[in-house]
Design a protein around this ligand. Structure first.
Ligand SMILES: [Cu+2]
Length: 128
């Protein structure tokens, strides 16, 4: 009986390790906090992120969330920009797929418009 429990426990642990995010980052602006995670490592092309948002410790329900990713112009390369609207998964979780055209450092601005109160813009950056 004990052995079965141990096997079940290790299977559960393995499953939760497999589900661990390949990418995680925290960003905040005043009392707005965003935990950004992705199941896959960030790469060129489409990247899907889960944004866990809290505002003053509460989860915003029904907020409009969008992301702007951009890379300023560099010598021999024009500025690059991509925008995406996030999908509300409920409970403060929002899913967004952002397209990034090339490797390097991208600035990410997360725009949160709650049903009531002020909009916020949370800034962070991603490097890959
Ligand atoms: Cu560039």
């Amino acid at each position: 009986m004990k052995k079965i429990l141990l096997v079940l426990l290790s299977l559960t642990l393995t499953a939760s390790l497999l589900q661990a995010a390949a990418f995680e980052k925290d960003a905040k602006f005043r009392t707005t906090k965003v935990h950004i995670s992705s199941e896959k490592p960030i790469g060129t092309g489409s990247n899907t992120f889960i944004l866990d948002i809290t505002q003053a410790g509460k989860v915003p329900q029904g907020a409009k969330v969008s992301v702007k990713a951009f890379m300023p112009a560099m010598p021999g390369m024009p500025a690059m920009k991509s925008k995406a609207n996030a999908k509300d998964l409920g409970n403060g979780k929002y899913e967004v797929t952002v397209n990034v055209a090339m490797g390097g450092t991208w600035q990410f601005h997360i725009f949160i418009t709650p049903t009531e109160g002020k909009k916020s813009r949370v800034k962070t950056s991603m490097n890959f």
